[in-house]
Ligand binder design. Sequence first.
Ligand code: SF4
Ligand code: SF4
Length: 152
Amino acid sequence: MIRLPQAGFASADAIEVHHNCARCAAHCCHYVATEIDPPTSARDIDIIRWYLMHPGVRVYVDAEGCWFLQFASTCRYLGDDGRCGIYETRPQICRDLQPTACEFALGPGDRHYFTCLEEFDQWHDERQRLRRQRGRKRDRAVARNGRRGVEG
Ligand code: SF4
Ligand code: SF4
């Protein structure tokens, strides 16, 4: 997360930079995100669609299945040199992110990442289609078992 002096530019009092951060464009300093409830109703779906109508707003589902609302916004303390301008007093959330367990290190590990309405609608339509398909299979199985019961 922290953009620190890179090899070749580091001064004697420079803080050691993790090699991942040295190669990264400070992905973690360009957004804020907050967890939201997974959508369980038509109204929830409608609200997520509304979120995604706004440029810079994204919704993602992480590897554990938790849903997040993300806003693209660059931290005002990220310097032009790519370093944190308030390193000593940066928030705990910035300290907690490990350069070996961040989006740069792990890549896009999310289950879903929606950057616009069309991507979300496509996913939702497909989910509805699969649900209908599963429902039909279930109905057929119930009907088959029912017939066996009658025949038996
Ligand atoms: S996203 Fe990871 S590698 Fe990039 S600056 Fe943040 S912690 Fe370092
Ligand atoms: S406080 Fe520093 S480390 Fe945290 S997001 Fe801002 S620039 Fe990045």
